[in-house]
Design a protein around this ligand. Structure first.
Ligand SMILES: [Fe+2]
Length: 569
């Protein structure tokens, strides 16, 4: 049974399943090089390289409006597939109106837990006009579920956002619901992020700035679990806004981006605002976790939705709830929903109870001709090994690593990574400049799994293979790895074993032999504003267009160096 899942919207993506086996998952932007590409036609084409017919097509979306073919009742994606497999019947499953449920299904099936509660937090999920009491549009923002095999789910609680100032507490199909314009952890985060001059969904940048700030009692973003309307203007389903129009001081700072490149222009207020929204979000998530335990009675909790990428809050949850077993879904943005719906379809049709925990994020297309017809013109290519590359890094060079299938989700985990020595004092500034990122943004690291506890405090977790936590660096180790220790003493860290990634593990082991540090500085292989590189050709292009000089291709045993002609031109 071939099941194709696509997500349309700002995280366009495709997943192909053969029964319960995930064949590939990819975000459309990786294939088309257009950031946030929302129309996964290239993903559909790719699926047909693996099979010539699809049995089920599941269409996920942030909203429930699908582009329809004019004069027809067919959506454009079904139309494309019908033409690719004429005469072969397939079922379309429109999953646009169950957005939070698809987040919950993805996290549940990927967790491998036998049964679990799910807490979903995102910006604005499925829209609904069903709430007659209010006669207004509403969007899912936060919800609590319980899930069991093969395909059993129950919603226990849901919050909706609206752009009307009326509010509603009641029930819908027996589920307690609340509707208010003052809901929305993610929406508050978006408001601050926009105010700081970033795109509303670039929350990670605000999260990176937050530890530079301090508490300021005048910045009151929330009142308990509600958004403070005096400070934030609700604007569902678009991003909320800081009410800068009410305060001349705020108006002057609103959206100004000069400080992104110059730390001297940042000012205390912006840092404190970022700090405030992070703390306010954490407080509100703590409340929701308590509510999840209260309503479901479960201590195995999976989380998904865009906010689940907040690795700082994820770690705070480990501290606050030591007896809860968490699974934070690594592909928690909307793109990941295709996995949940495909698995749900398989289990609904077959009643199969097979567990398929996500054990690897190397889920990009597995093409065996990855290195065919590559033009290395402009580069020197020589034989190399992990030891030589480790020495190159230990000598202060930035080295790009390209191998195997690309990583799903936003984190590079050693298949499409840019690597550096974490012991270099100003390493963060050096790499931020090369990657053309903002000065305040921290960098992540990768540690040999068996050494992880000697350097980091993982709280209740034994590892972090998907880099979902910004953990405390042990105090006596912070000065040793300044390039990846953020101002608050944390580091977003990946643990790696030889089985998970042989070449990357070998490289870090060799680096440890030289420096006595079993850790590498690891950032995604792309330049600011660009998708992660997918192909070798794109990897070489990135070197050509930047100050990056070295590329290690361990599957070929080659080191590629930009030659002097390219360097001076
Ligand atoms: Fe979502």
């Amino acid at each position: 049974m071939w099941i194709l899942g696509i997500n349309i919207g700002h995280n366009g993506s495709t997943a192909l399943y053969n029964d319960s086996e995930l064949v590939f998952y990819i975000e459309e932007e990786r294939l088309t090089r257009q950031k946030y590409d929302g129309n996964p036609f290239a993903g559909i084409d790719l699926a047909y390289k693996y099979t010539d017919h699809i049995d089920y097509l599941a269409i996920c979306s942030t909203s429930n409006n699908f582009p329809m073919v004019p004069w027809n009742t067919e959506d454009v994606y079904s139309s494309v597939i019908r033409k690719k497999q004429p005469g072969v019947r397939f079922e379309t499953v429109p999953a646009g109106d169950i957005h939070h449920l698809t987040h919950a299904l993805t996290a549940f099936y990927n967790s491998g837990f036998d049964d679990a509660a799910a807490l979903i937090i995102d910006g604005a999920g499925s829209g609904s006009l069903a709430h007659d009491d209010l006669k207004t549009s509403t969007w899912e923002v936060e919800s609590i579920w319980s899930l069991e095999y093969p395909n059993v789910y129950k919603c226990h609680y849901k919050q909706y956002g609206t752009n009307m100032s009326d509010s509603f507490n009641g029930e819908e199909d027996g589920v307690p619901i609340e509707i208010s314009d003052a809901h929305g952890i993610t929406k508050s985060y978006e408001a601050v992020t926009s105010f700081l001059g970033f795109g509303p969904i670039e929350a990670g940048k605000t999260m990176g700035l937050a530890p530079y700030g301090k508490p300021d009692n005048n910045i009151k973003l929330s009142e308990g679990r509600f958004t403070n309307r005096a400070f934030i203007k609700p604007r569902f389903p678009a991003g909320n806004l800081i009410r800068a129009d009410l305060d001349p001081k705020l108006k002057e700072l609103d959206g100004i981006a000069d400080w992104h490149a110059n730390p001297e222009l940042v000012g205390e207020y912006r840092k404190d605002l970022a700090y405030a929204v992070q703390k306010s979000a954490e407080d509100r998530v703590f409340r929701l976790i308590r509510k999840t335990i209260e309503l479901t009675g479960k201590k195995q909790i999976v989380m998904a939705g865009g906010f689940c990428l907040n690795c700082v809050a994820n770690y705070e949850l480990l501290k606050e709830f030591p007896d809860v077993e968490f699974y934070h879904e690594p592909i928690s943005h909307d793109g990941g929903n295709v996995m949940g719906i495909c698995q749900y379809i398989y289990r609904t049709v077959t009643e199969n109870q097979i567990r398929t925990p996500l054990t690897s994020l190397y889920l990009g297309p597995d093409t065996d001709n990855r290195y065919e017809n590559i033009d290395f013109d402009g580069f020197d290519v020589e034989e190399t090994d992990a030891k030589t590359v480790a020495k190159l890094i230990a000598d202060g060079n930035i080295v790009c690593l390209y191998q195997g299938r690309s990583e799903a989700g936003p984190r590079a985990l050693g298949n499409r990574s840019i690597l550096f020595d974490p012991t270099v004092k100003n390493g963060k500034d050096i790499v931020n400049e090369v990657k053309r990122r903002e000065w305040f943004r921290p960098f992540a690291g990768t540690v040999l799994s068996e050494k992880a506890n000697e350097w980091f405090d993982f709280r209740s977790r034994k590892d972090s293979p998907f880099m979902m936590y910004a953990v405390d660096v042990l105090e006596d180790k912070r000065d040793i790895i300044p390039a990846i220790t953020h101002v608050d003493g944390t580091c977003r860290i990946q643990t790696v074993t030889n089985e998970q990634n042989h070449h990357y593990y070998s490289l870090i082991s060799e680096f440890n032999e030289i420096k006595g540090v079993p850790i590498l500085f690891n950032t995604s292989f792309n330049l600011a504003g660009e998708p992660l590189v997918e192909t070798v050709k794109e990897a070489l292009k990135t070197l050509k267009e930047s100050d990056l000089q070295y590329l290690w291709l361990p599957e070929l045993g080659k080191l590629v160096t930009k030659n002097s002609f390219e360097k001076t031109n």
